[in-house]
Design a protein around this ligand. Structure first.
Ligand code: ISL
Length: 566
C-alpha cells in the first residue's frame, strides 16, 4: 500500500485527540495466529502478522487478555495481572510485540479485567483460606450465619446464581460471571491501590491504554438487597453503576490515566444515553470513551439473555438508535461504533447477509457504516475478510463457557434445547471466535496442530491471502476506505445529519466540516431501493462504492454502499 499523508487542517471548535482519529482493530489472541502448533493462538503468532495489521491502515490494536490465567473464560479469569499466560508466550514475547507495534507506528491497548479475578489468583486463595486472612476483604463474602444472601443472577453459572457457598469458611462469595471468577471488592482501598499499581506497571512498559471489562460493575450496593419486583430480568440495571463507581473512576484517572498519554474505553454494559456523559465528558476526568450495548441488543428479547426476537430488526430502529447516540456526543464526550467483537456473532451474519450471493457486498456495506460515523470505530479482526458465523449444530462443538452453561441450565430446568441451539447459531460468542482465516491451506493457515475451536469451512474462499490478491475483495475495500477516511478529517469530526429517516431500506447521512460534505448511502436490503436525499449526485464525486458498476443515482443496488464528496 502506498503511504498517505494525513489531512491536518481542522477547525478550532474541535478538540483533536489521537484516539478520536484512530481506527481500533481488535485482536483475539486465542484465534489470531498460532506459531507453536499447539492449536491456540499466541503472541509470536501475532508478531508474525504485524505487517498484515499495518497493511490494513488501522492505528490501534486492542488485545484481549493475555495475562496468566487458567483460561476458563479465554483469559477473562486472571490469576496474575503482571505475567503472561504461558500458552501465549512470555513477557519477552510481549515486549517484542509491543516494540514491533510501536516500530510500525501502531498503538497497543490492553484489556483491563478488574471486576473479578480467577479463583486461582493468590488474592482469592488467601481470601478463601480464613475469615481473618488479611486478603479476606479483597472479595465480597457473606457469612452463612446471616442466612442465604438474596438471589443475584450470574452470567455463567449453571444455576444462574451469583453467590457460591464455600464450606471452608462457611460463607458465600459473589461471582457475577463464572464461579471461578470471584468479584473483587472495590470498597477496599487496598484493592484499588493494587489495581492502580498494576495499571502503572503496564503503562510504564509503554502500553497505550486500556479497554475496561464490565467496568460499571466494580461498584455495588454492598448491602445486596433483594431484587425489586420490577426487576424483570434486567440484572445489569440493578447490579451496575453502584454508588461509588464514578468516585473510583476519578481516582483511577487522577492516580493513573492522567499521568500518561493513553486512551481508555469502558465496556459500557448497562450504560444508557442518560448516563453516558458521566463516564466520558472531558471535564469529568474519568474515561475517554465507552461502548454501549444498545446497538447489539437490537433484535434480542428484552430481559432474556441472548434470545432472538422473531421478525428481525427494522432498519428504522437501527438508524434511530445510531442517530440518537450520535446526538448524545454532539457537544460533549466522544462516541464509539462497533458491530462485532469477541462477545458477538460475526458482523455480516448478524447485520448483513451471509448468503454467498450477498456476503461480500453486505459486509463492505457494513464496513462503510463503521468507518463513516462520527465515533471511533472498533473493528473486529476477521470482519475485514467478511468472515461469517460457523453456526454449529451440536452443543459439543461449542467451547464457550457461556454457551455450555446456558445449555446445562436449560437442560436442568426443562427448557427448550432446540430453540436454544437455533438461537446460538446467531448469537453464540464462539461464532466470532473461530480461527482467523489466513489462507486456503489446512486449518486456514491458523495452526499446524488441531485448532482449539473448529475452523469455518468457508476458509477455502474467504481468507486473507486470496482476498489480498483481489482488488475487489472485502479486505481491499476495508484498506481503501481507511485511507479515504484518514485523508479527510470530516469523517472524524464532521457533523452528522441523517436523511430520509423513514426510509425502511436505506440508511443515508451526511457529514460536514469546513465546507466539505460527505454523503453516505447504505442499502441494507437484498433489493433495489430508492433514497430521497435531495442532492444532485451527478455533481458530486464518488469516493468509494462496493459495486464494480456503481449506480451513481438515488436508486441503489442490493446492499450497495456509496460515499460521495462535495
Ligand atoms: O456478550 C455478553 C452480553 O451480550 C456477555 O456474554 C458478556 O459476558 C458481557 O458482555 C461481559 O463481557 C466481558 O466480560 C466477561 C467476558 O467473558 C467477556 O468476554 C468480556 O468481554 C467476563 O469477564
Amino acid at each position: 500500500m502506498t503511504a498517505v499523508t494525513q489531512d491536518t487542517t481542522h477547525t478550532d471548535s474541535i478538540q483533536r485527540k489521537w484516539w478520536k482519529e484512530a481506527v481500533v482493530y481488535q485482536v483475539y489472541p486465542m484465534s489470531f495466529k498460532d506459531a507453536d502448533g499447539d492449536g491456540i493462538g499466541d503472541l509470536k503468532g501475532i508478531i508474525s502478522k504485524l505487517d498484515y495489521i499495518k497493511s490494513l491502515g488501522v492505528d490501534v490494536v486492542w488485545l484481549n487478555p493475555v495475562y496468566q490465567s487458567p483460561n476458563r473464560d479465554n483469559g477473562y479469569d486472571i490469576s496474575n495481572y503482571e505475567a503472561i499466560m504461558s500458552r501465549f508466550g512470555t513477557m519477552a514475547d510481549f515486549d517484542s510485540l509491543l516494540a514491533g507495534l510501536h516500530r510500525r507506528g501502531l498503538k497497543l491497548v490492553m484489556d483491563l479485567v478488574v471486576n473479578h479475578t480467577s479463583d486461582q489468583h493468590p488474592w482469592f486463595v488467601q481470601s478463601r483460606s480464613s475469615r481473618s486472612n488479611p486478603y479476606r476483604n479483597f472479595y465480597h463474602w457473606w457469612d452463612a450465619e446471616r442466612g442465604k444472601p438474596a438471589h443475584r443472577y450470574s452470567f455463567f453459572d449453571v444455576n444462574n446464581e451469583a453467590w457460591k457457598y464455600d464450606s471452608l469458611t462457611h460463607a458465600y462469595y459473589l461471582h457475577y460471571f463464572g464461579d471461578f471468577q470471584p468479584d473483587l471488592n472495590w470498597e477496599n482501598p487496598q484493592v484499588r491501590d493494587s489495581i492502580f499499581q498494576m495499571m502503572r506497571f503496564w503503562l510504564d512498559k509503554g502500553v497505550d491504554g486500556f479497554r475496561m471489562d464490565v467496568i460499571p460493575f466494580i461498584s455495588k450496593d454492598t448491602t445486596f438487597p433483594p431484587l425489586p419486583p420490577q426487576y424483570n430480568g434486567d440484572f445489569v440495571k440493578y447490579y451496575a453503576n453502584g454508588p461509588h463507581l464514578h468516585e473510583y473512576l476519578r481516582d483511577m484517572n487522577r492516580d493513573v490515566l492522567s499521568r500518561y498519554d493513553c486512551m481508555s474505553v469502558a465496556e459500557g454494559i448497562g450504560v444508557t444515553t442518560a448516563t453516558a456523559h458521566d463516564f466520558v465528558d472531558a471535564d469529568r476526568h474519568e474515561l475517554n470513551m465507552l461502548y454501549h450495548f444498545e446497538g447489539v441488543s437490537l433484535g434480542m428479547v428484552p430481559g432474556k439473555f441472548k434470545e432472538v426476537q422473531p421478525g428481525g430488526v427494522r432498519l428504522v430502529d437501527f438508524k434511530n438508535l445510531y442517530s440518537k447516540w450520535d446526538s448524545v456526543f454532539e457537544q460533549k464526550g466522544w462516541g464509539t461504533v462497533y458491530l462485532g467483537n469477541h462477545d458477538q456473532p460475526r458482523m455480516v451474519t448478524r447485520w448483513g447477509n451471509d448468503d454467498p450471493q450477498w456476503r461480500a457486498l453486505s459486509s463492505k456495506m457494513l464496513t462503510t457504516f463503521l468507518l463513516t460515523m462520527r465515533a471511533t470505530p472498533y473493528y473486529y479482526a476477521g470482519d475485514e475478510l467478511g468472515m461469517t458465523n460457523i453456526k454449529f449444530n451440536r452443543i459439543s462443538d461449542y467451547r464457550d463457557v457461556e454457551s455450555l452453561n446456558m445449555y446445562d441450565h436449560l437442560k436442568k430446568t426443562g427448557g427448550n434445547l432446540q430453540e436454544f441451539l437455533r438461537d446460538q447459531k446467531i448469537t453464540a460468542r464462539d461464532n466470532g471466535r473461530t480461527p482467523f482465516q489466513w489462507n486456503n491451506s489446512r486449518n486456514a493457515g491458523f495452526t499446524t496442530g488441531t485448532p482449539w475451536l473448529r475452523v469455518n469451512p468457508n476458509y477455502l474462499t474467504i481468507n486473507a491471502e486470496t482476498e489480498g490478491k483481489d482488488s475487489t475483495s472485502c479486505l481491499n475495500y476495508f484498506r481503501k476506505l481507511i485511507q479515504i477516511r484518514k485523508q479527510r478529517l470530516v469523517f472524524v469530526y464532521g457533523k452528522y445529519t441523517e436523511l430520509d429517516k423513514d426510509n425502511p431500506s436505506v440508511y443515508a447521512y451526511t457529514r460536514e466540516l469546513d465546507g466539505k460534505t460527505i454523503l453516505v448511502l447504505l442499502n441494507f436490503t437484498a433489493n433495489t431501493a430508492e433514497v430521497n436525499v435531495g442532492n444532485d449526485l451527478a455533481h458530486a464525486s464518488l469516493l468509494i462504492d462496493n459495486y464494480p458498476h456503481p449506480s451513481r443515482t438515488n436508486l441503489l443496488q442490493p446492499y450497495e454502499a456509496a460515499v460521495y464528496e462535495w
